[in-house]
Ligand binder design. Structure first.
Ligand code: EPZ
Length: 428
C-alpha cells in the first residue's frame, strides 16, 4: 500500500488545475443505463472510484472506453445484458446503488447488492428504496441483495410518476429517483430534494438526452417521464470538494495559490468560512485566488449541512486549518454520525481537539509537528496532507488508497506549487 510523505513548513505559490467532479461523474455514469445510444462524458477525473463504477457498468453489459489522457469516457449500453450489481463491486463503492433506478426505469428489473455501512457512518439506502417502491417497484430483500422489479400490473412494467417527499435531504436518493423518473409514465415531483451542484449537473445531462426536468437546484424537482432517451456528450462540472480542499492549502501554509478551471458559484459556504478566518478569496480571470490576509488564522465555527450549507466533505479540511487558528473553533458534523476519525490523527501531530457527540472543539496551537498518521477515509486523508504541509518536519500518511478514490494527481498538483510531497510506492 502506498504512503505519502510530506515535509511541511513551506508556503505554497502557483496555480492548481481543478479536475472534473467525482461526485458528479458517478451518477452521470449511471445515467448511461437509460439509453441504448452512445453516452460520452468529458472532464472525467482519473480516479479509483471511476474505475470501480466502470467495472460495474461493464459487468452489467456496457462497452466502456476510458481515454484518461483526454479525460473522456464513452459508455454504451446497447442493452443491459446482466442486470445484477454484484457485492464484490458494490462493497467497494456505495454509489453503486445509483444503477438501480436507471435499470428499473429502462427494463423494469434490477438486482443490486445492499451496500454495507462504511467508515463515516451506517449510510442506509432506505430512501432510495422507498422512492422506487412509491414509483411502483416491488422489492425483495434477500441474501444481501435487493431484487427489484416493476410488475406488469404497473403500466405494463414501467415505473409510474409520483409525488415523493424526502423526510431529510439525500444527494444519492435524489439522483437515483431523478434518473428513474425520466422514463416513468407520468410526472414525478421530488419534494425536499437535494440542491447540490452535482444534482444540477445531472439534470443538465439528462435534459441533453431528452428528459423533461424542472427545478433542479431547488428543493422541488419535477420530471415528466418520456418514452426514450438519446445518447449525449456532456462535460462534467469542476470538483467543488477538490477545489475547496486546495483552497484550504494556501490558507494553512501561507502563500498565494490560484485554482484554475473553477468558479465562485461552487464555493459559497466555504468562501464565507475562509473569509471569516481572514483568508482572502478573489475571482480572477485565471481562476480563484486564495491568499491569507495576514499572518494569523482566525477561529471560525461551522456546521455541516446539505447544500448550500457548509459541505460535510470539507469538514475535515477546515478542521485541519482550525488546529492552527488563533483561538477556539467549533465544528459540528450533522450529516454523518462518525466523521471525526481524522481527530486522533491530527492529535498525533499536536492538535488540541475535544469531541462531544457531533461537535468538535478545536483549540488552536502555534504549530503542528510531523508524525506518522493513518488515512481513514477520503476527506480525512486530504486533511492529514494539509496538516502535514503546515507542520514542522515530516508527516507520513499511510493508507492513501482512500485519497486515490477522490484526488487526481494530488502530489503533482501540490508539488507544482512548491510543496515537498512524495509518494512512497508499495510501502507497508
Ligand atoms: C453523497 O453521498 C456524496 N457521495 C458524499 O461524498 C457526501 O458526503 C454526501 O453526499 C453528503 O453531501 C457521492 O456523491 C458519490 P446522502 P450520499 O444520501 O448520496 C443518510 C465523499 O467524500 N441517508 O446525501 O450517500 C446518510 O446516512 C463522499 O466524496 C439515509 O439515512 O449521501 C447520511 O447521514 C462521502 N438513507 C445522510 O442521509 C438513505 O437512503 C446524507 O446522505 C440515504 C441517505
Amino acid at each position: 500500500m502506498d504512503k505519502i510523505a510530506v515535509t511541511g513548513g513551506k508556503p505554497l505559490n502557483g496555480t492548481i488545475p481543478v479536475s472534473g467532479s467525482k461526485n458528479a461523474c458517478l451518477p452521470l455514469m449511471a445515467a448511461s443505463l437509460l439509453t441504448d445510444q452512445v453516452f460520452s462524458l468529458t472532464n472525467v477525473p482519473d480516479l479509483a472510484d471511476i474505475g470501480t463504477l466502470s467495472a460495474l457498468l461493464r459487468s452489467l453489459g456496457a462497452t466502456v472506453t476510458h481515454d484518461a489522457q483526454n479525460s473522456r469516457l464513452d459508455l454504451h449500453f446497447a442493452r443491459i445484458s446482466s442486470p445484477l450489481a454484484h457485492y464484490d463491486i458494490v462493497r467497494k463503492m456505495r454509489a453503486s446503488i445509483l444503477v438501480l433506478g436507471p435499470m428499473l426505469a429502462r427494463d423494469g428489473a434490477g438486482t443490486v447488492s445492499l451496500p454495507g455501512g462504511c467508515a463515516i457512518g451506517a449510510r442506509p439506502v432506505d430512501l432510495h428504496l422507498k422512492g422506487l417502491q412509491a414509483m411502483g417497484a416491488t422489492l425483495d430483500l434477500r441474501d444481501g441483495y435487493v431484487h427489484a422489479t416493476v410488475p406488469r400490473s404497473v403500466n405494463g412494467g414501467r415505473l409510474r410518476g409520483v409525488s415523493f417527499r424526502f423526510p431529510f435531504v439525500s444527494v444519492g436518493a435524489t439522483e437515483n429517483l431523478m434518473m428513474a423518473a425520466t422514463l416513468a409514465k407520468g410526472t414525478t415531483r421530488l419534494v425536499n430534494a437535494a440542491q447540490e451542484p452535482e444534482i444540477v449537473d445531472l439534470a443538465r445531462c439528462l435534459s441533453g438526452m431528452g428528459a423533461h426536468i424542472e427545478g433542479a437546484g431547488t428543493s422541488t424537482i419535477e420530471i415528466e417521464g418520456v418514452d426514450a432517451l438519446s445518447g449525449t456528450e456532456h462535460k462534467v462540472i469542476a470538483d467543488r470538494i477538490e477545489l475547496g480542499s486546495f483552497m484550504i492549502a494556501p490558507a494553512i501554509t501561507g502563500g498565494d495559490v490560484t485554482l484554475a478551471n473553477a468558479d465562485m458559484s461552487l464555493v459559497g459556504a466555504l468562501a464565507e468560512a475562509l473569509d471569516a478566518a481572514d483568508v482572502s478569496i478573489s475571482d480572477t480571470p485565471d481562476g480563484i485566488r486564495v491568499v491569507r490576509k495576514n499572518g494569523t488564522i482566525k477561529p471560525v465555527s461551522i456546521i455541516t449541512e446539505p447544500f448550500p450549507g457548509y459541505a460535510t466533505d470539507l469538514q475535515a479540511q477546515m478542521m485541519a486549518l482550525m488546529t492552527l487558528a488563533d483561538g477556539i473553533s467549533t465544528i459540528e458534523e450533522r450529516i454523518f454520525e462518525n466523521r471525526f476519525m481524522h481527530v486522533p490523527e491530527l492529535a498525533r501531530m499536536g492538535a488540541k481537539i475535544d469531541i462531544n457527540g457531533g461537535v468538535a472543539t478545536v483549540t488552536g496551537v502555534d504549530s503542528l509537528r510531523g508524525a506518522p498518521v493513518m488515512a481513514t477515509d477520503l476527506r480525512a486523508s486530504i486533511s492529514l496532507v494539509l496538516a502535514g504541509l503546515a507542520a514542522e518536519g515530516e508527516t507520513v500518511v499511510s493508507r492513501v488508497y482512500h485519497l486515490d478514490r477522490g484526488y487526481e494527481r494530488v502530489e503533482e498538483k501540490l508539488r507544482a506549487c512548491g510543496a515537498q510531497i512524495e509518494r512512497i510506492q508499495g510501502a507497508d
